[in-house]
Design a protein. Structure first.
Length: 113
């Protein structure tokens, strides 16, 4: 009974959190879909510039061009060479984007330590 121990709740929550987090191949298409849905009012290029504020401008511009080009092919789930190539580019973009964000965050911490 949960009246005597928190373990049943923790076990139940762990299973839900595991499903929510999911593997990379589940999360990346979800992020793509969410950004695509937001793109009419918050373009992916604005998203990149906002998240990477403080990064070198050349890096921001490169990532902005790439995300706009990736979003020109919005369907990641069709069975075609174009979709497969877009998925590979999206995976690579997300890796580079995340590391660029880490660099910006680390620089901010070091400056304001």
């Amino acid at each position: 009974m949960e009246d005597f121990s928190a373990l049943p709740r923790l076990y139940r929550d762990a299973a839900v959190n595991e499903l929510w987090k999911g593997p990379r191949n589940v999360l990346l298409p979800q992020i793509h879909r969410d950004l695509l849905n937001a793109s009419p009012w918050y373009g992916p290029d604005r998203f990149v510039a906002s998240i990477l504020a403080g990064a070198p401008s050349g890096l921001i511009e490169d990532l902005q061009r790439e995300i706009v080009d990736i979003f020109a092919h919005p369907n990641l789930f069709e069975m075609s060479p174009t979709a497969l190539s877009t998925c590979e580019r999206w995976d690579s973009f997300c890796h580079r984007f995340f590391h660029a964000y880490q660099d910006v965050a680390m620089d901010l911490v070091e400056r304001h330590g």
